[in-house]
Ligand binder design. Structure first.
Ligand code: GDP
Ligand code: MG
Length: 551
């Protein structure tokens, strides 16, 4: 059983106690718990719990007063967290961490699979919110986010575990153990935190965590380090694509880290993951893992296979062992992909990764006009329509006038920013990279759709029904011909679209031009944007090359 489940079970056993730091709530709703009078007394109760716990309290949500596992649906849970965050703010505290577990309908037992991000259909959630005294930490200026990918069992979790802890693995998954049992963070637009590990650097080098699973350890690193590196699992779970898209497109990643095990070598999955990382223009590092498990000749063979794979997709491999870290730092980017040989068992190569992560610059920038593709929307009593998503570029402030659209008929409409919430906190402004919920004046929630975009009021957007793209077919059973109709995932857009390849067809492994026509409505799409498409078992990636074909 995982440490965290023990935590939950212990909290349930101990139960609520007068003068204790644990509070049970079945649910918290805006309508019931935020009304005047109720709100103040709940905030006072929360303050009391925090003080009782020496600055830390635990709210168990989705349980009855006596600790029975009720389980609530994800939307209700999400709303409960929103309410809790407002109460915490009022009590001069903040939600520091949220973990969820699935509960089998009616059976009153914890579902051990809850950590596998299997979606929660038919299951209720029980969650544990850790609340800390004081306001939330602002740490993002020197915070590099790495998206990890690679074939299952190729050593992703182990490598990340060894990096953040500084401990060697026993080759038996010892380091990875605690990372893999992380319960999934509840999937919510407002602060979907996909990060699963973090470490940092200060003037003396790496600042590591003892146990990446312990909140206190992580918080200590966040506090002590001048620079933070966090890892986001981009493709670790099935369903492959959903998580990938959310992880890669929904979050502002700075670099990709693709692992390839020296024993297995690159697989079809490796190839697909590489395609997706590169399609999103992430400068990527390849780590050959498990070099302790094979001969030098085998490492050499695999390295050559990886180099071939990279050249096949138009990239230049750069062996860091041969050319050095300085060269890698200088060259990494659109075309150059550094390759590092590693072993979590002998810790070979981990120092190289440390140095890279210490010195790599942040790549996702705040520059440009404000832009946010809407990921989710919800209605909040007394506040109205809220659109959530990741700020792609620029900055947004409460009171800003914006354009929202396109509507199904292609038009944009004027709206105003009523308020902004970030990580359970109300903020005055938010800049690129932040996942926010923006409350909007001038529009009903029912008019908001995923894939719409928010822009400055003076923008002159031209939504399109059709565009031209350069695509690469990663994997398809047969050929792709006229009228092939995959779902195109571009930013938060996820829409059926018909392909009309320039040459009449595209074969697996092919790169070529195609016209892409959204089936139902126009969207705002721009040249240079990357997308992923998928239909059944077929997958591919593409770049928008022309948004006014034939015009
Ligand atoms: P993931 O599925 O990519 O996250 O892979 P894991 O990190 O779970 O690793 C799968 C298995 O490979 C575990 O049993 C690890 O102990 C083992 N492993 C990972 N890295 C190394 C390594 O560098 N050397 C050896 N010998 N085994 C490793
Ligand atoms: Mg893993």
């Amino acid at each position: 059983m995982s440490r965290d489940r023990v935590l939950l079970e212990r909290a349930l056993e101990r139960g609520e106690q007068d003068g204790g730091s644990v509070e049970f709530k079945e649910r918290l709703s805006r309508e019931v718990h935020l009304v005047d009078g109720r709100r103040e007394s709940l905030a006072a109760q929360l303050r009391h719990r925090v003080l009782s716990g020496d600055g830390e309290a635990t709210y168990v949500v989705g349980v009855t007063d006596d600790g029975g596992l009720a389980g609530i649906d994800p939307d209700t849970f999400s709303e409960s967290m929103d309410v809790l965050s407002l109460l915490a703010e009022e009590a001069d505290a903040h939600i520091d961490d949220v973990q969820t577990w699935g509960v089998h309908g009616g059976s009153e037992s914890l579902d051990s699979e809850a950590g596998q991000a299997t979606g929660s259909s038919g299951r209720g959630l029980v969650g544990l919110a850790n609340i800390r005294d004081g306001a939330v930490l602002e740490t993002d200026d020197e915070h590099v986010v790495i998206g990890t990918a690679g074939h299952v069992d190729h050593g992703k979790s182990t490598l990340v575990g060894s990096l953040v802890t500084g401990n060697a693995d026993d080759g038996d998954g010892g380091t990875r153990a605690f990372l893999d049992v992380q319960p999934h963070e509840v999937e919510r637009g407002l602060s979907a935190d996909l990060s699963y590990a973090v470490y940092g650097f200060d003037d003396d080098g790496p600042v590591r965590v003892r146990n990446p699973d312990r909140k206190a350890d992580r918080a200590k690193v966040v506090e002590e380090a001048d620079r933070l590196v966090s890892f986001v699992d981009t493709v670790g779970h099935e369903p492959w694509l959903r998580t990938t898209i959310r992880g890669l497109v929904g979050q502002k990643l700075d670099y990709g880290l693709l692992v390839v095990a020296a024993d297995d070598g690159p697989t079809r999955t490796t190839r697909e993951h590489l395609g997706v990382l590169l399609a999103t223009e992430l400068p990527t590092i390849v780590a050959i893992t498990k070099i302790d498990a094979v001969s030098d000749e085998r490492v050499e063979t695999v390295e050559r296979e990886v180099e071939r794979l990279l050249r096949d997709v138009g990239k230049s491999p750069l062996r860091v062992e041969r050319h050095g870290v300085d060269a890698a730092l200088e060259e990494i980017g659109e075309t150059v992909v550094p390759i590092v040989e590693t072993s979590a068992v002998t810790t070979d190569g981990l120092d190289v990764l440390d140095e890279l992560f210490d010195r790599l610059p942040k790549t996702s920038s705040d520059e440009g006009e404000f832009r946010m593709y809407i990921d989710r929307s919800y209605a909040v009593t007394g506040v109205g329509a809220v659109a959530s998503g990741t700020v792609m570029s620029g900055e947004v402030e409460a009171g800003d006038e914006l354009l929202l659209g396109p509507m199904p008929d292609g038009r944009f409409q004027a709206v105003e920013v009523r308020s902004i919430e970030m990580h359970y906190h109300r903020v005055d402004r938010a800049r690129a990279g932040r996942i926010v919920g923006i409350a909007l004046k001038g529009v009903k929630e029912s008019a908001l759709e995923r894939g719409m975009v928010l822009l400055p009021a003076d923008a002159d957007p031209e939504p399109v029904r059709e565009f031209e793209a350069e695509v690469m077919v990663l994997n398809h059973p047969t050929r792709i011909g006229d009228g092939y109709e995959p779902v195109v995932h571009l930013e938060t857009i996820g829409e059926a679209a018909a392909f009309y390849p320039e040459q009449g067809r595209l074969l697996p492994g092919d790169t070529g031009k195609t016209r892409v026509r959204f089936k139902f409505r126009p969207y705002l799409v721009e040249e240079g944007q990357k997308f992923v498409f998928r239909e059944g078992r077929s997958k591919g990636v593409g770049t928008v090359t022309d948004v006014s074909p034939g015009r």
